[in-house]
Write a protein that binds this ligand. Structure first.
Ligand SMILES: Cc1ncc(COP(=O)(O)O)c(C=O)c1O
Length: 404
């Protein structure tokens, strides 16, 4: 498999775009030359790169494509809204309908607001916590990703020490460290932000212990801090009504994005009645944030997720894939380690501290038509049938044989 068109376009890109391709899709994170750099089209659980190669896609745009590319019902809903116009002077009724749907769906939610990206609203939620409490400190998990704003970006450029002056990290599942931070900053903590389970890049996923979720709930309550659940990546993938119900969190604010509208740009933050007045005082807007088409897509997507119990389907399909993939690892003498829920597994080669063997594994998978990322959790798509999984495993069987 060669990626000549991808490489040629990447050289053009480097002339006019800093880094050529930036952010999480940068080719710098994978083996140079072994992966496609540019996509052209996608249908269902498959997409093509600009060299014409087809892949069974286990990344789904890093999460958004929960139902698969070109889902007919979602696209029809978005198209119907788009035909009426875009980015009006006022919101359309879809804004209210979508807020009502989330409030009805999510047990603790009394209100909802909308942005475009996850980071728009994780940052806003942090401000809401500060507005509610009139306190500065935010506690977060070491290595967790919440977006590209200064308070949380994993990047290094352009930052000031002040940007993080009130952000304090602690390790996931570590109740003692969390208690210590609350004690050290008594009366100063506005909020605790965390993802439902810990899904860092370049490392195994960790599910929360029951003691940890209970401690998050209890300590936030005792100290008058808001519990902010960043459900951007997991939301509506693990359950139809928000991931807090899976693990027992009692959030004050929760942010959703990736699975909300099957690829259409929209994010949401929901919260409790007690914080509604404070939320209305934290300025929130963007040029395209009232665009109705993504709202129509979100309404359709949320309906399908509930109607077809998509989380249950993803879990079953994911388990089938993981079981098959781990068995292939044993067959080919390549021990694999899987972590995280089956709907969004993180898989690596065991005893691979440099992660090079995992990179080679994913490069071989890609060369055989299965798109896997070496350092990020994968995303099972509801468009994947058992036949798609079997085909992927057959291709991976051949791919792993080349690595022996
Ligand atoms: C858990 C989590 N929070 C926040 C974000 C930021 O979302 P966005 O990239 O849409 O701003 C992401 C993106 O991957 C995420 O996975």
């Amino acid at each position: 498999m060669n990626f000549d068109q991808s490489h040629a376009l990447f050289r053009r890109a480097t002339a006019v775009i800093p880094g050529g391709i930036y952010g999480h899709t940068t080719p710098a994170a994978t083996i140079p030359g072994a992966v496609p750099y540019f996509a052209s089209e996608g249908f269902g659980c498959r997409y093509r790169d600009i060299d014409g190669h087809a892949f069974i896609d286990f990344m789904g745009g890093y999460g958004p494509m929960i139902l698969g590319y070109h889902h007919p019902e979602v696209e029809a809903a978005a198209e119907a809204a788009r035909r009426l116009g875009a980015a009006f002077n006022q919101p359309t009724p879809l804004l209210v309908e979508l807020a009502e749907k989330l409030v009805a769906r999510i047990d603790f939610a009394d209100w909802a607001v909308f942005g475009k990206n996850g980071g728009d609203l994780t940052t806003w939620a942090v401000q809401v916590a500060r507005e509610v409490t009139a306190r500065p400190k935010i506690l977060k998990i070491t290595g967790a990703y919440h977006g590209a704003d200064a308070w949380c970006t994993p990047g290094h450029g352009g930052l000031l020490p002040e940007d993080r002056a009130h952000i304090h990290d602690f390790p996931f599942n570590n109740v003692t460290a969390l208690e210590a931070l609350f004690a050290q900053h008594r009366g100063q903590v506005a909020g605790l932000i965390l993802t439902p389970f810990h899904h860092p890049a370049y490392a195994d996923s960790q599910l929360p212990t029951p003691e940890f979720t209970a401690a998050c709930n209890r300590l936030c309550r005792e100290h008058g801090a808001l519990l902010i659940l960043d459900d951007v990546r997991c939301g509506f993938r693990l359950s139809t009504d928000g991931s807090h119900t899976v693990y027992g969190y009692k959030p004050d604010l929760a942010i959703y994005c990736k699975a909300l509208a099957n690829g259409h740009p929209i994010s949401a933050c929901v919260g409790r009645a007690a914080h509604k007045a404070a939320a209305s005082r934290v300025f929130l807007t963007g040029s395209y944030w009232n665009d109705p088409a993504p709202m129509a897509a979100a309404l359709a997507c949320l309906d399908i997720i509930a109607r077809d119990d998509i989380p249950q389907k993803l879990a079953r399909t994911g388990q089938r894939f993981i079981d098959g993939f781990l068995a292939l690892g044993i067959k080919h003498g390549i021990p694999l380690v899987a972590s995280g829920p089956p709907a969004m597994p993180y898989v690596r080669v065991a005893d691979d501290p440099s992660l090079l063997r995992t990179q080679n594994l994913c490069a071989a998978a890609i060369a055989h038509g299965v798109f896997l990322h070496p350092h990020h959790n994968w995303f099972i798509s509801a468009a994947m049938t058992d036949a798609d999984i079997d085909e992927a495993l057959l291709k991976l069987d051949t791919a792993l044989a080349t690595l022996r």
